[in-house]
Ligand binder design. Structure first.
Ligand SMILES: [Ca+2]
Ligand SMILES: [Ca+2]
Length: 385
């Protein structure tokens, strides 16, 4: 058999520069990749079995705004993973209009299998809402996709904070002759922070007057009070009892006085006391304290339900001490810098005059006070910061 003759190269091909050849190869590779990656028909031919979502259950975890979603994912020909998308409805499935963005667990690209779990932080996506007709659905997408949905029943993000707090509505008041507008509502501690609460969060108790965990914590520095707020914030966020955009902090001096006054313009939260016979109904001060702190909430509250705003222990506020700017103010935060921080409300050891709603004290933020004036505090819970 004669060997085939090697054909002579055509003149045109021989003249083509090498640069052009390599460009042809690159385009070819790119096109092949495009076909593999994006053409649905090519994908479906190797992946005809639809994913199945089985045993889908969604329920709010009691006492939190977390929603736990569990399911099994079956898809024998997509072992590399199926995309899971979650949506929520507040009207029994008519609309899935609630964005479920703050999710953790088996969402996104999920490997098929049993015992899958998603946790939804509903506060972040649907704060302060309530429905009796909640549904959750999952879309399992292996191109093509399937949808499973389930009844999530009654469902709320109106979860009351775990600590004893009173809702303080936004408003205005006369602060030593100028008007202050507080444009944001906030929660405030119904009581001074107790020794039991402080021990629980900070694992220590600096107080001079021990023996009952419901006494207010005292001998606390401003810095420690701020640390308490930060630690409590992190713990309560993790527990699903406050949104990740809410923060425990000290009140501003204006917030403290506004809450203390509770709508009054008088010397004390209950009015005037010219004969000195009413303050003791609301406050532990030097006349009735017996020379020590007393259990929080054991005197009458003001009109907004806050106890011990007068007396028992002094309460740190977040403001630096310094001259107040003249004129009216909106959400005042105090001076930008200073040497001492504001304290309010007086203590068990002091005369009635220091209990006045307008009276303000201050001290070094590293000070604990002393035996007679051990500094305490109460918390505010509010969005931001
Ligand atoms: Ca499949
Ligand atoms: Ca007090």
């Amino acid at each position: 058999m004669a060997l085939p003759q090697t054909p002579a190269l055509a003149p045109g091909r021989a003249a083509r520069p090498p640069r052009r050849r390599s460009a042809d190869i690159l385009v070819g590779v790119f096109l092949a990749w495009l076909l593999t990656a994006f053409l649905p028909s090519a994908h479906a031919q190797t992946n005809p079995v639809l994913p199945q979502i089985q045993n889908l259950v969604a329920a709010q975890r009691p006492g939190t705004f977390f929603v736990d979603v569990t399911y099994n994912l079956v898809d024998p020909d997509s072992p590399g993973g199926v995309y899971i998308l979650a949506e929520a409805s507040a009207d029994n499935g008519a609309n899935y209009g609630i964005s479920m963005r703050t999710l953790s667990g088996d969402v996104g690209l999920v490997t098929p299998g049993a015992g899958k779990k998603i946790v939804w932080n509903a506060w972040n996506d649907w704060a302060r809402n309530y429905t009796t007709n909640a549904r959750v659905r999952l879309i399992a997408d292996d191109f093509p996709s399937t949808v499973g949905s389930t009844n999530a029943g009654n469902f709320t993000t109106n979860v009351p904070p775990a600590t004893n707090l009173v809702w303080i509505p936004a408003g205005t008041f006369n602060m030593s002759g100028t008007y202050v507008w507080l444009t944001k509502s906030f929660w405030m501690g119904k009581f001074e922070v107790t020794q039991g609460e402080y021990q629980n969060v900070m694992s220590n108790n600096p107080s001079a007057f021990t023996g009952n965990p419901n006494r207010p914590v005292e001998q606390v520095t401003w810095t420690e009070a701020v640390q308490y707020c930060q630690t409590l914030t992190a713990r309560e966020r993790a527990a699903g009892r406050i949104g990740t955009n809410w923060t425990y902090r000290l009140p501003t001096s204006a917030e403290w006085e506004y809450a203390c006054r509770a709508g009054t313009t008088t010397t004390y939260c209950f009015g005037e006391d010219p004969y000195g016979n009413r303050l003791g109904f609301y406050a532990w001060y030097n006349v009735n304290s017996g020379g020590q702190t007393q259990v929080v909430g054991s005197r009458a509250p003001n009109r907004w339900g806050l106890h011990d705003m007068h007396g028992n222990v002094w309460e740190w506020c977040q403001d630096w001490h310094g001259p107040r700017p003249s004129g009216n103010a909106t959400d005042p935060q105090g001076p930008a810098s200073g040497y001492s921080r504001i304290l309010r409300g007086s203590s068990w050891s002091r005369d009635a005059v220091y209990c006045a709603s307008a009276f303000s004290n201050n001290n070094d933020p590293s000070s604990r006070g002393d035996y007679y004036c051990g500094w305490g505090f109460r918390v505010v819970l509010a969005p931001g910061q």
